[in-house]
Design a binder for this molecule. Structure first.
Ligand code: PEP
Length: 252
């Protein structure tokens, strides 16, 4: 049995207003409180503006909170951005960095992601560092190359199993209803753990959680979460409904 505690993480992206956020977080908190001890860790990552609202609702439950992004700098002239101190102040213990939507929409490079993850670490947040190949890269047989390069470039010095989670998210699987086969997911995760070991050592890599993300849902979660090197999920669409997210978590 793995010592890695399964992490079920919901990325709400740019969805929800106050009422929906309260209902969603409240529904999950109710379920978590009703079951008591669970074998998994639940994390929700609301839009930054809704974090305080959600923090108030989940207070007293075991649900953890995370940002969807953070700036690499501690403070200053960065209009529209959120610092790690702000996330922490609002109740977060995690921050997602390097999501493919940020890499695409905001041109974030591996170096930018590396700097953001380092900033998260510096402020005591656990960085969920996202990597993954595009469909064209997959078709060109470059899946392992791309993920290996992203691990090498995006994981900062000082990363440990305590302060870092990797999320493998094939870009072509995000929001599409398509997923790689279970064998492909396991193979890529095992490869990622090996690449991570080159950066942080075998011991830390063996303890680091590697999440799968990309159209994980109540139907496929059981099979994906049972894979030996899959230590949880980063879930977009299915994290927006209490019952769907809860069903995914029940398969952890
Ligand atoms: C995501 O964006 O992190 C994600 C995995 O989305 P979805 O579950 O909707 O594919």
């Amino acid at each position: 049995m793995s010592a890695r505690r399964t992490l079920i993480a919901g990325n709400w992206k740019m969805n929800g207003l106050t009422a929906e956020a309260k209902a969603l977080a409240g529904g999950l908190a109710e379920k978590m409180n009703a079951v008591g001890d669970v074998d998994f860790e639940m994390l929700i990552c609301p839009p930054a503006i809704l974090i305080p609202v959600v923090a108030a609702v989940v207070q007293g439950s075991n649900i953890k909170l995370g940002g969807q992004d953070n700036h690499a700098n501690a403070a200053g002239a960065h209009t529209g951005d959120t610092s790690t101190a702000m996330l922490k102040d609002a109740g977060c213990t995690y921050a997602i960095v390097g999501h493919s939507e940020r890499r695409t929409d905001h041109g974030e490079t591996d170096q930018v992601v590396n700097d953001k993850a380092a900033a998260a670490h510096a402020n005591g947040l656990i960085a969920v560092i996202c990597i993954g190949e595009t469909e064209a890269q997959r078709d060109a047989g470059k899946t392992l190359d791309v993920n290996g390069r992203q691990i090498a470039g995006s994981v900062p010095d000082g990363s440990t199993a305590e302060n870092t989670v990797i999320a493998y998210e094939p870009v072509w699987a995000i929001g599409t209803g398509r997923t790689p086969t279970s064998q492909e997911v396991q193979d890529v995760h095992a490869f990622i753990r090996g690449e991570l070991a080159k950066k942080i050592g075998d011991n830390e890599a063996a303890k680091t959680r590697i999440l799968y993300g990309g159209s994980m849902n109540p139907k496929n979660a059981k099979e994906l979460l049972a894979l030996p090197d899959v230590d949880g999920g980063l879930i977009g669409g299915a994290s927006l409904k209490v019952d769907d997210f809860w069903t995914v978590a029940q398969n952890a």
